[in-house]
Write a protein that binds this ligand. Structure first.
Ligand code: NAD
Ligand code: MG
Length: 395
């Protein structure tokens, strides 16, 4: 045995992937598949896609898996019996599994408010977080970031814009930020009028020009709510004031975001639109790992363009800034209302423009709390959901 082989493998990171069957989850597994000497899978979780979860477990041999829908548990147990992989079920198990001692980093790749409690549980257990689930920071940014400071865990952004900012800030720890520019593709309806938007269909909204993602974030991108949620996410990740966060529409999605420092100098992070890169950066941080992902070719992008965001037509972005300014439980209200309206839009029960109307009504109806606790967030979330559903039913 050589000296190198005798050393313990300090670089092998054990990763728990919450939401392994989704767009981010499957791309994270691609990164892990290409780097078996760097990462191993400790936990895989999914809400309902039992067959993909089984295939992933057979390939990556995790220490355990969690399925959200309890009726699917037996099927998975049978399939994984020969490998002795324990199968856990339901929300409570999801909240507990993140504390397993062998886990180094938890990738939160599940959708929506459901990410909040497992993320808090992982932080309390001292696990670093690779955060894709932006809704968690939108809902409870103060709670999450203060808990992360207390337990000295890192929150490493996976969202491409925030990964870009994070990469631009490397080596700039003592240099104040003047402002950041979050880039937005503008989505499939960039440049369209309110009249046009009044009759767009779910299938049109699901056709994103640059990224293939889960359904919820794809609708959020079409309505610009995704950028609104990202503005709030950026506040908490980088400790910024609302006036320091600008959005600029950049249809090519090549400049992933920009930091402007106090001397006016700007740093941007660029690359082809491919989520595997920010996922890998978060999982391997602070190292960069060689890979064979497609490289950028300037000749394929002779023109990079930039334009203002149209907040008159895409009201959700303006509403998100309003929620950010209000603070307290208002971002939680906007998130819950948005989760309801997106689901209703995807079920063809609500028009595209009605999504903003319902969100705005929820923001003026739900009681404002300036210093919410976790319990308050849970209550705000469920009250807002009920009210939003009531509005949709009575439209
Ligand atoms: P997705 O719908 O493709 O996958 C979601 C995953 O979470 C699935 O594995 C699903 O089983 C699981 N899940 C869904 N609801 C759940 C629940 N209630 N409880 C437990 N698990 C649940 O979504 P996605 O596009 O991969 O997005 C995941 C998160 O990452 C979102 O917060 C999204 O905003 C963020 N994000 C995604 C992208 C992207 O390119 N897809 C980019 C940036 C940020
Ligand atoms: Mg993004």
């Amino acid at each position: 045995m050589t000296f190198m082989q005798a050393l313990p493998n300090r670089h092998l990171r054990s990763v728990a992937i919450l939401g392994s069957t989704g767009s981010i989850g499957t791309q994270a597994l691609e990164v892990i598949r290409q780097n078996p000497e760097r990462f191993r899978v400790s936990v895989l979780t999914a809400q309902s896609n039992a067959s993909l979860l089984i295939n992933q477990a057979l390939e990556f041999k995790p220490d355990c898996v969690v399925i959200g829908i309890e009726s699917k548990c037996r099927e998975i147990e049978l399939a994984l019996k020969s490998l002795n992989i324990p199968v856990l079920c339901g929300l409570d198990d999801l909240n507990e599994v993140v504390a397993r001692p062998e886990i180094d980093i938890v990738l939160t790749a599940l959708v929506g408010f459901a990410g909040l409690r497992p993320t808090l549980a992982a932080i309390k257990a001292g696990k670093d977080i690779a955060l894709a689930n932006k809704e968690t920071l939108v809902v409870a940014g103060e709670l999450v970031t203060s808990l992360a400071n207390k337990h000295q865990v890192k929150i490493l952004p996976v969202d491409s814009e925030h990964s870009a900012i994070f990469q631009c800030l490397a080596g700039e720890e003592n240099n104040p930020i003047e402002k950041i520019y979050l880039t937005a593709s503008g989505g499939p309806f960039r440049g369209k009028s309110l009249n046009f938007l009044s009759s767009v269909t779910k299938n049109e909204a699901l056709k994103h020009p640059n990224w293939v993602m889960g359904a919820k974030i794809t609708i959020d991108s079409a309505s610009l709510m995704n950028k609104g949620l990202e503005v709030i996410e950026a506040k908490w990740l980088f400790n910024l004031q609302p006036s320091q966060i600008d959005v600029i529409v950049h249809p090519q999605s090549v400049v992933h975001s920009i930091v402007q420092f106090t001397d006016g100098s700007m740093k941007a992070q660029m690359g082809v639109p491919d989520m595997k890169l920010p996922i890998q950066y978060a999982l391997a941080y602070p190292e960069r790992i060689k890979n064979n992902f497609p490289r950028f070719n300037f000749l394929h992008y002779p023109n990079l363009s930039f334009e203002p965001a149209d907040t008159q037509t895409f009201k959700n972005l303006a509403l998100a800034y309003e929620a950010l300014h209000s603070g307290g439980n208002m971002p939680c209200v906007i998130n819950a209302a948005n989760e309801v309206v997106v689901a209703e839009f995807l079920n063809n029960r609500l028009g595209f423009l009605q999504m903003s109307e319902v969100i705005e009504s929820c923001m003026s109806k739900i009681s404002f709390l300036s210093n919410p606790t976790l319990q308050d967030y849970m209550e705000t979330d469920s009250e807002t959901r009920s009210y939003a559903k009531h509005l949709v039913t009575n439209l």
